[in-house]
Each structure stands twice: as structure tokens, then as C-alpha cells.
Design a protein around this ligand. Structure first.
Ligand code: MTE
Length: 312
């Protein structure tokens, strides 16, 4: 392999080599353990114990390559800072994310505030997900985080809770975009309770094995990979269990363009453009958009019997 000067090593190179190291090291540990027990098998030998193909290639479950760290952190939609995707990173660099608390309440038996220390106690796992923005660009992102269902279980939703409502921090002093009176702040999003409880739905605290940078929604944001990226509300301070379907930021801003569900669906056009294809950032040719962003096997049953043209 070509030697790269340390100064030029990018976070994703570090990350990928560290991943290979970790996978390789655990394979070695496993094989040592097995041979110490006297049951070494060919499958347990270090040569045969390869990293998973995903880890090896730095790709998602469809074999799509990870988007570089630099791109994920310098091409951002975060209207609280700017409508210009390439300037969010610099405008957000001094955003204060410590201390931080999320207030979880509404129709629950045990409302409570979670500090970041509490939230980082949930086992953080890596999830490589495709992010498909409603504007028809996409990325592949290695998030760190934990299933939202773990947090919801701790507060015990009541039986009349049907939806979950999420809210971003409101702080126009730090977030200049919130002085724009055209929009109704703070940014709010919602999920049906069964969507929120689905194992694919996570609260992300990091990417590429590092804490989330401000522009990507530090210190904690939602990620729902089968929905358009705007459901992934950033910098969350409040989560409420509610009975009525919440009105999201985009439903309020452009009611004829954005519905509550926002499932990625190549067959339902946005009123102003087709959703049939997308451009993966870093690629030239467009690619076909997949139903439910390629996660249909896991989530299609959530929508059995629903007309997804009406419930867009
Ligand atoms: N959350 C808040 N609070 N404000 C926003 O403007 N933009 C959304 C979503 N979450 C947004 C937000 C949109 S449209 C997308 S595509 C994703 O964040 C982009 O996430 P990324 O910058 O990490 O790629």
C-alpha cells in the first residue's frame, strides 16, 4: 500500500484502518481463545477470520462506498445556521453543546431529563446508513448511536401515546438562521410511535467513530434511514410522546409539498421535481432511488394497507 504522509491522512482513512485493526484483533483474540480450549478449527485461524465485507470495504449493506468525512461534515442542511450547505460548518463551529440535556415527557409514566452522560450510557453501536435528502442528493454515513426505543422504554409511554414529537434547540443568539421570521422556529419533527420504536431508528451521537460535529446535529440527532433526510432532526432538546400527529417544521413551512410520513418513494414526485433518481455526492451519474431508500424488507410492513400517495 502506498505510504501517505501523516499530515494528509483523513479521518476516514484513520477510521477504516482502525476498523480493520479492531476486527482483526478480535478475530485473533477469538482464535487464541478457541485454540487455548483445544478446539481450534480452520474457521478460527487468523487467516480465515476475515473482517466482514462491509468493514473491509467501508461500505453499506448494498456495497455502496462510505461518503468521505470531509463531505459529510461540509455539505449540510441545517437552516438554523444557513440555507447555504457549504457554509453551515464554519457558521456552526462555535455552537455550544456542553452541557446538554434532552427533556423527555408528555404521555409517559416516568418523564425525565437525560444529560449527555446518561445518553452515552446506552451502548453506542455503529450503523452505516444511506441518507437520502429530499433535494435528491444522497450520502452513505457511518453513524454511532443507539436505538431510540431504548430511551423510550425508560420513560414508559402510556397507552394513549400515538406519536413522538422532537424539537431542536431554540437559541437565535447562537443560531443566526432562527432570526429568519419566514420559518416557524424551533425545528420540529415527528414519528408514529411504531416508527420510533423500530430498530432502524436511532439517536446518533457520532460519525466515523468521532463525536458528532455541530453542523451534523451535535450533540445528538435523529436518524431514520428509510425517510427523507429532513426527518433527521438535529441538536434535539425535547422529546414528547403525544396523542395527535405533530405538525413538523416542513409541514408548516410548505404544507402542499411536505407530508408527515416522508418515506423515500421513487414513485411519488415532489410537486416541483421527480424523486425517481438521486445524485450520490461525489458521483457524477445519477442513480435510481430505491423504495424506502432500500430498507423496504425491514419497514414496508409498517405501512400495510396505507395509500402512500396520499400519506406522503
Ligand atoms: N434539523 C434541523 N434542526 N434543522 C435543519 O435544517 N435539515 C434536515 C435534517 N435535520 C435540518 C435538520 C435535512 S433537510 C437534512 S437532508 C439533514 O438534516 C441533513 O443532515 P446532514 O447535514 O448531517 O447531512
Amino acid at each position: 500500500m502506498e505510504k501517505i504522509p501523516v499530515s494528509e491522512i483523513t479521518p476516514e482513512q484513520l477510521y477504516l484502518s482502525r476498523r480493520q485493526f479492531i476486527v482483526g484483533a478480535s478475530a485473533l483474540a477469538a482464535s487464541a481463545f478457541l485454540s487455548a480450549c483445544g478446539v481450534a478449527t480452520p474457521a478460527a485461524s487468523p487467516q480465515r477470520a476475515q473482517p466482514t465485507s462491509e468493514a473491509k470495504q467501508g461500505s453499506d449493506d448494498l456495497g455502496d462506498k462510505l461518503t468521505p468525512y470531509e463531505t459529510i461534515t461540509h455539505y449540510n442542511n441545517f437552516y438554523e445556521f444557513s440555507l447555504g450547505k457549504e457554509e453551515v460548518a464554519s457558521l456552526a463551529q462555535n455552537f455550544k453543546t456542553n452541557p446538554w440535556t434532552i427533556q423527555v415527557g408528555g404521555l409517559v409514566n416516568k418523564p425525565r431529563a437525560f444529560g449527555m452522560d446518561d445518553l452515552l450510557k446506552f451502548t453506542q453501536e455503529e450503523r452505516i446508513y444511506r441518507l437520502r435528502c429530499v433535494e435528491a442528493w444522497s450520502m452513505v454515513i457511518p453513524w454511532m448511536g443507539f436505538p431510540l426505543s431504548k430511551l423510550l422504554a425508560q420513560v414508559e409511554p402510556q397507552s394513549n401515546a400515538k406519536y413522538v414529537r422532537f424539537q431542536t434547540l431554540l437559541d437565535p443568539k447562537q443560531m443566526p438562521g432562527q432570526n429568519d421570521a419566514y420559518f416557524k422556529w424551533p425545528y420540529v419533527e415527528g414519528l408514529r410511535l411504531d416508527e420510533a420504536m423500530h430498530d432502524l431508528t436511532i439517536l446518533a451521537t457520532g460519525l466515523y467513530g468521532k463525536p458528532l460535529p455541530p453542523q451534523d446535529g451535535a450533540p445528538i440527532r435523529l436518524v431514520v434511514p428509510w425517510k427523507y433526510g429532513f426527518k433527521g432532526v438535529k441538536s434535539i432538546v425535547k422529546i414528547d410522546l403525544v396523542e395527535e400527529m405533530p405538525k413538523s417544521f416542513w409541514m408548516i413551512s410548505a404544507p402542499n409539498e411536505y407530508g408527515f410520513y416522508a418515506n423515500v418513494n421513487p414513485d411519488v414526485s415532489h410537486p416541483r421535481w421527480s424523486q425517481a433518481s438521486e445524485r450520490r455526492i461525489g458521483e457524477f451519474a445519477r442513480r435510481k432511488t430505491l423504495m424506502f431508500n432500500g430498507y423496504g424488507d425491514q419497514v414496508a410492513q409498517l405501512y400495510t394497507g396505507m395509500d402512500l400517495r396520499k400519506n406522503f
